[in-house]
Design a protein around this ligand. Structure first.
Ligand SMILES: [Zn+2]
Length: 367
């Protein structure tokens, strides 16, 4: 292992990966927050507070007597749910850390924890806060949304390393709809299908039609158009010769401006049979961000490469801030295979992002 900084970032990331902070392990989410709190305890001039919404904890760390920091570093501790036998371990190979959540976002979280400590020790009273939430992978309603909407948290600018890449800074994200479509009817025996209007087949027919309809929006190399993806289909049926009385599909819809949640829902509803139910599970409008030009300059200076302003297909917690007009800086180290056991993060790019943050925050907060 090379220098001390690299070593600290790698060790902290690997320690964080060991704690299985998924939905299924609320106890480990608490343990993870405790671990982070211990890590921050020795910093002087800060206050640490835990917030809870519907039982979901978040940690907010603010400089003393400053309710609205100039810069707020934001990360989520939760990782996406993985199969039961997933191993929360990490390995080092080819300059990368491999392990669940390495890129999304335990590695980036480690960078934020280290830079937060560093800046506060070098610039006493720096107007720098840190927010760690635990429900991003489930939509962020009890984390970032709760803190900004209900608690009234504000900041001058937010840094969220949960999108983009080192030189790819995110300026737009697609909107999201997760919907359940349900179809009901009489059950029947599959040997006399003419007697029953099979709800499962009716549902899959409509889904196919919606899918074909969305295909027409396909254009360009950037894939910047609405998409419709079926992720779950289920019935309570367990008999191979019975026509089920109930069928349900869960679909993931992503959309670009000028489409809105309302318009997208309307389009899908129109394609369904009158008696089918549509329930919205998660929804978010498409958003755009305005990253600080000083940050773009700093990225160029440290990496020696130009910066690209990019569009992202996934959404993130940043949408709640953009809604309030708060500028958001979103870039991150090089990561790959996110949301899988083989997820990785590139170590050199972690160090590079740390140096970008260090230079940027010094200029911005150094007074
Ligand atoms: Zn994430």
């Amino acid at each position: 292992m090379k220098d001390k900084l690299t070593q600290r970032l790698v060790e902290l990331t690997r320690d964080l990966i060991l704690i299985p902070t998924t939905d299924a392990h609320p106890g480990d989410i608490e343990r993870g927050l405790e671990f982070i709190q211990n890590h921050l305890d020795e910093i002087e001039g800060i206050t640490i507070k835990t917030y809870r919404s519907n039982g979901v904890p978040s940690l907010l760390v603010l400089p003393e007597n400053q309710a609205k920091p100039d810069v707020l570093l934001c990360a989520h501790l939760d990782v996406v749910s993985l199969p039961d036998d997933a191993k929360f371990r990490s390995t080092l190979k080819d300059g990368r850390i491999y392990g669940p959540g390495a890129g999304d976002m335990k590695g980036p979280l480690a960078i934020l924890l280290e830079i937060f400590r560093d800046i506060h020790s070098r610039i006493p009273g720096a107007s720098l806060g840190l927010l760690i939430t635990t429900d991003e992978e489930r939509g962020g309603q009890d984390g970032v949304e709760y803190l900004f909407r209900d608690v009234g948290l504000r900041c001058g600018l937010a840094i969220i390393p949960d999108s983009g890449s080192l030189n790819d800074i995110t300026i737009e994200e697609k909107g999201t709809l997760h919907i359940a479509i349900r179809c009901h009817g009489p059950a029947g025996h599959a040997c006399r299908p003419w007697l029953v209007d099979n709800p499962l087949e009716r549902l899959t027919d409509r889904l196919r039609e919606i899918k074909v309809f969305f295909e027409e929006w396909k254009q360009g190399d950037e894939n910047w158009y609405p998409t419709f993806t079926i992720t779950i289909i289920r019935t309570p049926n367990d008999a191979s010769n019975r026509i089920p009385a109930h069928a349900e599909a869960i679909c993931d819809v992503r959309f670009t401006p000028p489409f809105t949640r309302e318009r997208m829902t309307g389009i899908i509803k129109e394609k369904l049979d009158k008696d089918m139910e549509l329930e919205i599970l998660v929804s978010a409008e498409p958003t755009s961000y305005s990253p600080d030009p000083l940050f773009l300059e700093q990225t160029k200076e440290i990496t020696g490469k130009p910066v690209r302003l990019c569009r992202e297909h996934g959404g993130s917690d940043a949408r709640y801030l953009s809604f309030l007009g708060i500028p958001v800086v979103m870039s991150r180290p090089e990561v790959g295979d996110t949301h899988s056991e083989k997820e990785w993060i590139d170590i050199d790019s972690m160090v590079a992002l740390y140096r970008i943050y260090a230079g940027y925050l010094e200029k911005k907060l150094g007074g």
